[in-house]
Design a protein around this ligand. Structure first.
Ligand code: AMP
Length: 393
């Protein structure tokens, strides 16, 4: 069974094709500049790149399919060799606590969630509709970033605002990166060699977007992102937590609309905003080494917040068995892992510097006598989407 995994953004489309008998990745690729001009990067044993017109997502899906069945460079004989498509859908609201086969009703519900994720759900839906048109009869499955957090208790997901606002508008914490938190925590349990549903784990998904999740007995009981992915950690360009009164204050002082103020918090804040250097930790690290004080402040702030969240989640779960690092920074930045764990000694987290000297591999990085295990687990959201898709159909 071959499953195509699609992740549609506003002007991009990432894809992977997996053989789900073996879970082998057959090809992956990326369409960019959809609606502008169009660019395809197709990665297999016969890599190629091409500038090709992509006026819309439907055209991009067609180009991906053509690449998959290309007689010379493709991996499939015909379109009928794609047995299902798994779509990453960012927001499932309160409606979806699991992955589902897309029906007209599911499509309507995803559309209704668009007001909670206006940048993400509409392109996700466009991808689903494009597949329905180009591959009629092939089932589409929606896999939600929010679903893993659907069992969070009320005390964790409610905001302390009038309850009617929650009831009327569903304003609450939802959480994101669910497929990643679910995957890396399950792999961590395997590496530790204990049953998943017996462990208290904090997963740190530290990429350009970043979130922390408390997972108790296999269930997400709290997470740092909220109604939208803006809450929580300081990220590449997102502010994370701040006093909500900052928003009208910025609007008044800088004469901005709410949308413009939000744009600053989403795109010009985080470690980029504080450092003035970059949102990329490789650039920040180089700047810090050359004596840039604001780059140091940004990185200190980033690590401090991650550690604070880990500490609060150890309290939320009344204990901690393991902490897991994943995503671009978590998998690759040795120094950042060390800096975060330096705060957590009192909880029983002790890093072995030799073991921590590793990038992009699943490894335990804590000392053999560390009370709390620390691990690096490369995330694989596409594999979770493909597994969920296989299960759903
Ligand atoms: P992601 O969103 O998971 O793709 O992560 C992207 C971020 O990971 C980049 O913006 C970098 O900050 C960080 N990153 C990627 N590779 C490295 C590396 N080798 N060292 C440090 N940070 C890295």
């Amino acid at each position: 069974m071959n499953i195509l995994v699609l992740n549609c953004g506003s002007s991009s489309l990432k894809y992977q094709l997996l053989n789900m008998e073996t879970e082998e990745l057959l090809v992956k690729g990326l369409c960019e500049r959809i609606g502008i001009d169009g660019y395809l990067k197709h990665t297999s044993d016969k890599d190629y790149e091409s500038n090709v017109a992509m006026p819309d997502h439907e055209a991009a899906v067609k180009i991906v399919m053509d690449a998959l069945i290309d007689p010379e460079r493709g991996v499939l004989k015909s379109m009928s060799d794609v047995h299902a498509v798994g779509h990453r859908v960012v927001h499932g609201g309160e409606k979806f606590s699991d992955s589902v086969v897309v029906t007209d009703e599911v499509e309507r519900a995803i559309d209704e969630c668009s007001e909670l994720a206006p940048l993400h759900n509409p392109p996700n839906l466009i991808g689903i509709r494009a597949c329905k048109k180009i591959m009629p009869g092939v089932p589409n499955v929606a896999v939600f970033d929010t679903a893993f957090h659907a069992k969070m208790p009320e005390k964790a997901f409610l905001y302390a605002i009038p309850y009617e606002l929650y009831e009327k508008h569903k304003i609450r914490k939802y959480g994101f990166h669910g497929t990643s938190h679910k995957y890396v925590s399950a792999v961590a349990a395997e590496l530790i060699g204990k049953p998943y549903n017996s462990l208290k784990i904090v997963t740190c998904h530290l990429g350009n977007g970043a979130s922390v999740c408390a997972i108790e007995n296999g269930v997400s009981v709290d997470t740092s992102m909220g109604l939208t992915p803006l809450e929580g950690l300081a990220m590449g360009t997102r502010s994370g937590d701040l006093d909500p009164a900052v928003v009208p204050f910025i609007m008044q002082k800088e004469e901005l609309t709410a949308g413009e103020a939000l744009d600053i918090l989403n795109k010009k804040s985080g470690v980029l905003g504080v450092s003035g250097v970059s949102s990329d930790f490789r650039d920040l690290s180089a700047a810090e080494k050359s004596g840039n004080a604001r780059a140091k402040a940004a990185m200190d702030m980033f690590c401090y917040r991650v550690a604070r969240y880990v500490g609060s989640y150890a309290v939320a779960m009344n204990g901690l068995d393991a902490i897991v690092f994943t995503a671009g920074i978590g998998e690759n930045d040795i120094a950042i892992r060390e800096r975060i764990c330096a705060y957590l000694g009192f909880l029983g987290v002790h890093i072995d510097n030799d073991k921590n000297n590793s990038r992009g591999k699943a490894v335990e990085i804590s000392t053999s006598d560390s009370k709390v295990k620390a691990l690096v687990v490369p995330t694989n959201e596409e594999l979770v989407i493909a597994r969920d898709t296989k299960a759903a159909i």
